[in-house]
Design a protein around this ligand. Structure first.
Ligand code: CTP
Ligand code: MG
Length: 237
C-alpha cells in the first residue's frame, strides 16, 4: 500500500516591496487591517489540502511573523524561517526545513493574498494525478512587444500563445528540490522556470483573476475592494 505524504506550501514573503513603496515589507502591509501574508496563508489553509505552511519572512521580522500566526490562527501548521536576498533564495531556505513526510510542495507568493481556495485544491489535485509541475495561468489581455535596449520594438509575439503565470505553483517535492539544488544562479522569477531548465514538462491549468499579485499601489486598491466584497458576501450569506 502506498502511503500518501503531506502537502506543504512554501510562502516567499521576504521581499521589500520596492514597487509598492512605503517602509514596511510588502507582505506585512495590511489590507482591511490584516497583513497581506495572513490573508494569503488563510486562503491556503482554507483549501483544506495544505497541511503545513513554511513562510520565508524578512530576516528582521521572523519573530514578529511567528507572533502574527499565534494571533491569527489559520488551522494549518506554520513554520517561519528567514528569507534570502532573492525570491529564489527565499524559496530555497524554506525547502531546507521541510519534514520528510512531505511529498507535494506548493510555492505561493505572499503578495497574492486572495487566491481562491478552489485554485489551491486544483493545483494539488493535478500534482497528485501525476504531473510533476503544475502552474495556473491566464491569457494576456494586452498586446506584448519585445524591445531592444534603445526603446525600439523588435517583435510582436502571437498573443494567443502567451500566458501570465500565477501562484500557487505545485510540484512533486523531488523535482522541485532537484531544480533548486542545481540552480547556481538567480535565473528565473518563478519556480516552474527552474524546473523547465531540467526538461520537466510543466502542466498549465486555468488561473483566476482573484489570484492577482499586489505589486503596485493600484493593486492595493483592488485588493481592498475585493476584500470588502468578500466580507459583505460572508455577512449576507
Ligand atoms: N520575495 C521573497 N524574498 C525576496 C524577494 C521576494 O520572499 N528576496 C517574495 C515576496 O515577498 C513576494 C514574492 O516573492 O511575496 C513575489 O515577489 P515580488 O512581487 O517581486 O515582491 P517584492 O520583491 O517584495 O516586490 P518588489 O520587487 O517590488 O521589491
Ligand atoms: Mg521582487
Amino acid at each position: 500500500m502506498t502511503v500518501l505524504g503531506r502537502t506543504a506550501a512554501l510562502v516567499p514573503a521576504a521581499g521589500r516591496g520596492e514597487r509598492l513603496g512605503a517602509g514596511v515589507p510588502k507582505a506585512l502591509r495590511t489590507i482591511g487591517g490584516i497583513p497581506m501574508l495572513v490573508h494569503a496563508v488563510h486562503c491556503l489553509a482554507s483549501s483544506r489540502v495544505v497541511d503545513l505552511v513554511v513562510i520565508a519572512a524578512p530576516e528582521t521580522e521572523v519573530d514578529a511573523v511567528r507572533a502574527l500566526f499565534v494571533e491569527h490562527e489559520s488551522g494549518a501548521e506554520i513554520v517561519v524561517v528567514a528569507g534570502g536576498e532573492t525570491r529564489q533564495a527565499s524559496v530555497a531556505r524554506a525547502l531546507l526545513v521541510l519534514p520528510d513526510d512531505v511529498d507535494v510542495v506548493l510555492v505561493h507568493d505572499a503578495a497574492r493574498p486572495f487566491v481562491p481556495s478552489e485554485l489551491v485544491s486544483a493545483v494539488v489535485h493535478e500534482v497528485r494525478s501525476g504531473h510533476d509541475a503544475v502552474i495556473p495561468a491566464l491569457a494576456v489581455t494586452d498586446t506584448i512587444k519585445t524591445i531592444d535596449g534603445s526603446g525600439f520594438v523588435t517583435g510582436t509575439p502571437d498573443r494567443s500563445s502567451l500566458r501570465a503565470v500565477q501562484t500557487p505553483q505545485g510540484f512533486s517535492r523531488s523535482v522541485l528540490q532537484a531544480a533548486h539544488a542545481a540552480a547556481d544562479d538567480d535565473l528565473t522569477t518563478d519556480d516552474a522556470g527552474l524546473v523547465e531548465l531540467h526538461g520537466v514538462a510543466v502542466r498549465v491549468i486555468p488561473g483566476h483573476e482573484e489570484a492577482f499579485k499586489v505589486t503596485r499601489p493600484i493593486d492595493l486598491l483592488l485588493a481592498e475592494a475585493l476584500l470588502t466584497k468578500r466580507r459583505a458576501a460572508r455577512t449576507n450569506g
